[in-house]
Design a protein around this ligand. Structure first.
Ligand code: GTP
Ligand code: MG
Length: 268
């Protein structure tokens, strides 16, 4: 590490890396290649998926400063080590309840490499609300279309390929209770994590022209300060909504992320 000139570090000093963020959230990326977040409405089978993926390699504690349980686990796939975080079930990411706050903060500030949204195939419409919210925040998403066995019993047949086209991210049908579709899920996660699959998440644009203009103006300013952000428009929306957590995050410069690849290029 001594070959990194201190002067070349000046620009990035004080900025946080992904792992600094993770540590604040009670996690550590050390020894892992990718961090995977499992999100979804309550009772969609997140923990069942989590158990299938991680087996006995699990650890539970609490989210720092919260009464919400933090469950993490790990697995290996194609030579990569994955750390999985089982997020609390939530209907939205507006951070009204403690559960929602934990889920949103992790997706927003923890910078997971892939966020898996577990949706219930029997009540897809209701579940897509959260899915669309997650797609607003992050690019790297895999949708786990779970409970397809239950859907079949109800004569519901979801066209997962078309859904994937509409959402702009991979959609994998699974029956977690029967351990079905897990290999396909791991492969989809792997491809998004390694960049083999490029996601183009669907983003809602239904606002009035005036609001749209205000959002564009604000997002442009945010992007000037934080060029690496992928969700400036979403942050602009939350600011206009008066979201205290997001306002505080801007005040505390929490969106400033040190890019480790930038440090690499400064070496030597
Ligand atoms: N039929 C069927 N049942 C499933 C499937 N996946 C999960 N379940 C069942 O659904 C129930 C809820 O599963 P969990 O894994 O606890 O769901 P969760 O999303 O973690 O729930 P919360 O953490 O409370 O939000 C359990 O009884 C599971 O056995 C599936 O693919 N098919
Ligand atoms: Mg659970």
């Amino acid at each position: 590490m001594s070959d990194i000139g201190s002067s070349s570090l000046d620009q990035t000093e004080g900025l946080k890396t992904q792992n600094d963020r993770l540590k604040q959230l009670g996690l550590d990326k050390k020894d892992f290649d990718f961090i995977i977040a499992l999100a979804g409405n309550p009772n969609t089978g997140k923990s069942t998926v989590f158990n299938n993926l991680t087996g006995l390699h699990q650890h539970t504690g609490n989210w720092p400063g919260k009464t919400v349980t933090q469950a993490t686990g790990s697995y290996e796939f194609k030579g990569y080590r994955y750390k999985v975080v089982d997020l609390p079930g939530t209907y939205s990411l507006l951070a009204i309840s403690e559960d929602e706050e934990v889920a949103r903060d992790f997706i927003l500030f923890g910078g997971p490499d892939v966020t898996v949204i577990v949706v219930d195939a029997t009540v897809l419409e209701r579940n897509l609300n959260l899915a669309l919210q997650v797609l607003e925040i992050t690019n790297n998403v895999v949708v786990d279309l779970n409970l397809v066995d239950e859907a079949e019993r109800h004569k519901i047949d979801v066209d997962h390929e078309y859904l994937s086209e509409l959402l702009g991210v991979p959609v994998v049908p699974t029956s977690a209770r029967y351990d079905k579709g897990m290999d396909e899920l791991m492969l989809a996660i792997h491809k998004v994590a390694t960049g083999e699959t490029k996601c183009k998440p669907y983003r809602i644009k239904t606002e009035s022209p005036m609001l749209g203009q205000a959002l564009d103006t604000l997002a442009e300013k945010i992007e000037t300060i934080y060029p690496q952000l992928l969700n400036a428009r979403w942050i602009a929306m939350r600011l206009l909504d008066g979201d205290e957590r997001i306002i505080q995050a801007l005040r505390d410069d929490e969106f400033a992320m040190r890019d480790d690849s930038m440090l690499e290029s400064h070496k030597g």
